[in-house]
Design a binder for this molecule. Sequence first.
Ligand code: PLP
Length: 354
Amino acid sequence: MKKHNFSAGPCILPQEVFKEASQAVLNFNDSGLSILEISHRSKDFVDVMEEARSLALELLGLEGKGYKVLFLQGGASTQFLMAAYNLLQSKAGYINTGSWSDKAIKEAKIFGEVIEVASSKDANYNYIPKGYDVPEGLDYLHCTSNNTIFGTQIKDFPTTSAPLVCDMSSDIFSRQLDFSKFSLIYAGAQKNMGPAGTTLVVIKEDILGKIERQIPSMLDYQVHISKSSMFNTPPVFAVYTSMLTLRWLKKLGGIAAIEEQNDKKAKLIYSEIELNPLFKGFAAKEDRSMMNATFSLVDEDLKETFDAMWKEAGISGVNGHRSVGGYRASMYNAMTMESVAALVDVMSDLERKA
Ligand code: PLP
């Protein structure tokens, strides 16, 4: 039986993408060769890379607006330092909304002054800070759109005259935004796109080339742009699978269509968390994430029973992150309504039994 997988990753993809990707490992495009063994310089793979890049731009509504798309390696964690390496000349602002923002701040401090413009660390990151002033004269302002661990999501992005940089690792392609507000978007592929091993970088070219330091080639966005993401051997399987997921998303109707589904899934689980007296949510109501719902039992004595019930129902990956505890239901793009309903059924069964 296929499980209802609520894991935060890696990596939750549609079944048809898993199927097509596995077929390509055996026989890519009827070539008699595996996607893993063809040359990354061959026309077949260059076409894959081109299609992945153009689908990303198209789905984000950024075609013809001066953006370049890269598929790099090293995960979003490398982007924490790469963004600063390429953009931080004197000072940058950071909105600290969780452990991932905190890690990004730590890396940026190596390169210059970092101003923590706002933070929700005081409440174990259970809300998104609001009403803060963004100082003038920043090289850029960095935020994290969705806080995977804590289950909060930025709904209104900060206004600033500085380039806006955003880590969208856990909610890229899940909701409609005016993506042209951002000068740099990065996202590890492994939630909504493909296997771990590649990171999507969408960058407005005109913000580059403004800092004085020398940048090692592998960490220089301009080098990767000039080599069309082929400066070194690209992670071919991760890029190919990401391309398949983007094709799937386009066929479905793009971000608008998936957002409608994501909204329904989120409403279903959050209404259960609210109405069922046995559970309480972790995140502030107005800041709740559509991707990761964090909640816990009001009475920990019910844990053993609840855990046995969801396991019995074929549910997996629902345990909370150690820094929050309780439960976390991750509902990325590929998660079906049927799976969310299965979890909600178990939660309401518990209420009936208790
Ligand atoms: N940023 C966010 C929001 C994440 O959720 C994660 C991983 O889950 C990361 C960054 C780190 O990504 P990576 O493991 O690709 O370095």
